[in-house]
Design a protein around this ligand. Structure first.
Ligand SMILES: Nc1ncnc2c1ncn2[C@@H]1O[C@H](COP(=O)(O)OP(=O)(O)O)[C@@H](O)[C@H]1O
Ligand SMILES: [Mg+2]
Length: 308
């Protein structure tokens, strides 16, 4: 539904996107994750036809951002990373304004706006001035606005940034509801855990390069190709050396401070082989623990280019 092919963007000499191949399938709730400055907003502005690529292709549906700007704009709902200020406008007036701008017939607007307020849980604020809303409510209103023309694709730039935990949960619930309604959603974030539980697929961007893309399970599996294992034995110093003889062991060091051996081992490796090997050298295993990485650690690893 969204696809880029070797997409590049330079600002002067600086290559902000270094040829990325992004793939968002129809019906995905896709998390576009990367630290600040990675190039998320640049990619999003290209997909929303607000910025031209330096090279490569980007498609929304089968429409190219080079040739079909107007058609793409009709297909997508876009929420930018900063929300414009609309003083002296109420929530309802604001949505009516955008409904009119999108050419929704006058007689349909009231029920449309009512439905959007209901979906984003803002009905009780319908007559409130926008400037009096909390940031969370403003983000929900921003989301409502992107839905005015019933777009098939939603592109949301950091919709949960700056929100308190409760407001984040509310945004997530709305996103889930939109996914159930069949929308394809791409949203960006610099916080992996913010998206992990709501997205079915993610892409991880680091300095203009897509270092990983897939389901959360697939991404975790990539990092798990290298599992950290902690061991204590009857002779830790010798165990570290002996372990390195095994082909499944990538590294093994004695951490004197922690008082155990830290080994990096193939994920699918049979840990029984480790204990047997030590046994063969007359070292007895006293303790062994796998340190399965958290999503945060996987993210750190991926964005440091250690795994690809
Ligand atoms: N208009 C611009 N001119 C020059 N550099 C820019 C411009 N916009 C973004 N950049 C640079 O491109 C990189 C990616 O920015 P951006 O796409 O905003 O990243 P993100 O949204 O992931 O934080 C950053 O290093 C940023 O400073
Ligand atoms: Mg950004």
């Amino acid at each position: 539904m969204i696809r880029t092919v070797n997409l590049k963007k330079s600002y002067g000499n600086f290559e902000a996107l270094q040829g990325i191949d992004l793939e968002v399938h129809e019906g995905d709730l896709f998390g576009f994750i990367g630290p600040n400055g990675a190039g998320k907003t640049t990619t999003i502005r290209i997909l929303t036809t607000l910025l031209e690529p330096s090279a490569g292709e980007a498609y929304v549906g089968e429409l190219s951002v080079w040739e079909h700007k107007q058609e793409i704009r009709g297909l997508i709902g876009y929420m930018p990373d900063s929300f414009g200020v609309y003083r002296d406008m109420t929530v309802t007036e604001y949505l009516h304004f955008f409904a009119a701008a999108y050419g929704i017939p006058h007689k349909e607007r009231a029920s449309l706006v009512g439905g959007l307020l209901d979906l984003t849980d803002l009905t009780y604020k319908e007559n409130a001035l926008i400037e009096t809303l909390s940031r969370g409510m403003q983000q929900r209103l921003g989301l409502a606005r992107t839905l005015v023309h019933d777009p098939k694709v939603l592109i949301l730039d950091e919709p949960a940034s700056g929100l308190d935990p409760r407001a984040r949960v509310e945004i997530r619930e709305i996103l889930r509801e939109l996914k159930r309604m069949g929308k394809t959603i791409l949203l960006s974030s610099h916080i992996l855990s913010e998206l992990a539980e709501v997205c079915n697929r993610v892409g991880i961007l680091e300095r203009g390069e897509l270092v990983a893309q897939g389901s959360i399970d697939e991404i975790m599996a990539m990092a798990r190709n290298d599992t950290e294992v902690w061991l204590r034995t009857t002779d830790d110093a010798r165990a570290a050396v002996v372990l390195r003889e095994l082909s499944i062991v990538h590294s093994a060091e004695l951490d004197e401070e922690k008082g155990h051996v830290v080994a990096h081992i193939d994920t699918d490796a049979d840990l029984g082989a480790v204990s047997e090997h030590l046994h063969g050298r007359e070292i007895r295993l006293r303790y062994l623990e796998r340190q399965d990485p958290t999503l945060e650690e996987v993210f750190m690893k991926l964005t440091k280019g250690l795994v690809q």
